[in-house]
Design a protein around this ligand. Structure first.
Ligand SMILES: Nc1ncnc2c1ncn2[C@@H]1O[C@H](COP(=O)(O)OP(=O)(O)OP(=O)(O)O)[C@@H](O)[C@H]1O
Ligand code: NI
Length: 319
């Protein structure tokens, strides 16, 4: 399959695949992911636990462990020169990409923070390294919902939600053109969830690009321009957000939305397949109320552009 990446994109991913080799099995964590993300776009990547969202983000930043094999292409545009993220090598990624051109709000910030430094020290150091005034620390922290006094605490003194907000502040301090925010609202109460989402939205409105990884479909609905739904390592639907929330087309996406408390509140029956034993056909077919014989073969997904759905019998096309 040939894939193309729009050059107007800030980030162009084509056919990205990540496999982990275990002693007795291979984990297909990300399979054939192609995505183009435009400057100023807020893309929400959603899907159940274990579907490959964080691995996708880590692959882009060269943060995968040694047992990972990554294939495909991912090109970051927008700077002086495009960077081939998968081919760049650790030196280039560490010096010019991570933190500078691509920020990361990690999924478990409490473990990612340096334990012997206060939030103020960490934030001031990040600002200094990136040529910003150390005195901006309180303003950057306030944007992320932290009070000045919170900055004087050490990481072990922070609640989960405070660590989360500090991680967001640290990722935003260098003002990266692309932010990968991996569950940035976990552990926050509703008001802080909304404030964090609005902060991300505001960044996009000012021209930055955000990939928001989240379980929280209500969060995606609040701020996303586009939505990519992952299931069992693949993107199964990629649509502009308004159309997606009004009428998802993949039966899995439909079921995810119907599981929301303010919709049918109906859990999806069954479980996702093991990523070590993915079926040859559609991975959702065993749980799908619309499955038919044809679903024994794997449905394709158009290589690029939102409006894509990987389903033989998408909602709205067949009875
Ligand atoms: N180093 C590793 N070795 C083997 N398997 C791994 C490794 N890291 C991740 N995986 C597997 O890859 C799959 C995708 O993991 P990932 O963390 O991307 O899921 P996720 O969609 O982010 O889930 P969650 O919503 O729970 O954060 C999982 O099955 C996970 O167990
Ligand atoms: Ni994750």
């Amino acid at each position: 399959m040939t894939t193309t990446v729009r050059t107007s994109a800030l980030l162009g991913i084509s056919d990205l695949t990540v496999r982990f080799e275990l002693p007795d099995a291979t984990v297909d964590a990300v399979t054939g992911v192609s995505l183009a993300v435009a400057p100023g776009e807020l893309l929400a990547v959603v899907g159940e636990s274990g579907c490959g969202k964080s691995v996708l983000a880590h692959a882009l930043l060269g943060l995968l462990p040694a047992n990972a094999t990554v294939t495909g292409r991912a090109v970051l545009h927008g700077g002086e020169a495009p960077v081939d993220l998968l081919g760049a090598g650790e030196k280039i990624l560490a010096r010019t990409v991570r933190g500078r051109r691509i920020g990361l709000v990690p999924q478990s910030p409490a473990t990612a923070l340096t334990p012997v430094r206060t939030g103020r020290h960490l934030l001031a150091e990040t600002l200094r390294v990136h040529g910003r005034a150390r005195g901006d620390a309180e303003a950057v922290a306030a944007d992320a919902g932290l009070a000045p006094a919170d900055l004087d605490l050490y990481p072990h003194e922070l609640s989960g939600g405070m660590a989360q907000r500090l991680a967001t502040a640290l990722a935003l301090a260098p003002d990266p053109p692309l932010l990968l925010a991996d569950e940035p609202t976990s552990g926050l109460d509703r008001l802080l969830v909304d404030a964090t989402l609005d902060l991300l939205r505001q960044r996009c409105d000012n021209g930055a690009t955000v990939i928001l990884i989240t379980h929280d479909l209500a969060a995606a609905q609040r701020v996303a321009d586009t939505v990519a739904v992952m299931y069992a390592s693949r993107i199964v639907e990629h649509r502009p957000a308004a159309g997606f929330f009004a009428g998802p087309r993949h039966p899995y996406a439909h079921a995810l939305l119907e599981a929301l408390p303010d919709r049918a509140f109906a859990p999806i029956p069954g479980h996702p397949p093991m990523l070590t034993e993915l079926p040859a056909g559609c991975a959702f077919a065993p749980r799908c109320p619309r499955a038919a014989d044809e679903c024994g073969s794997r449905p394709g997904l158009a290589p690029d552009g939102p409006g894509r759905v990987a389903c033989h019998r998408p909602i709205g096309s067949h009875p």
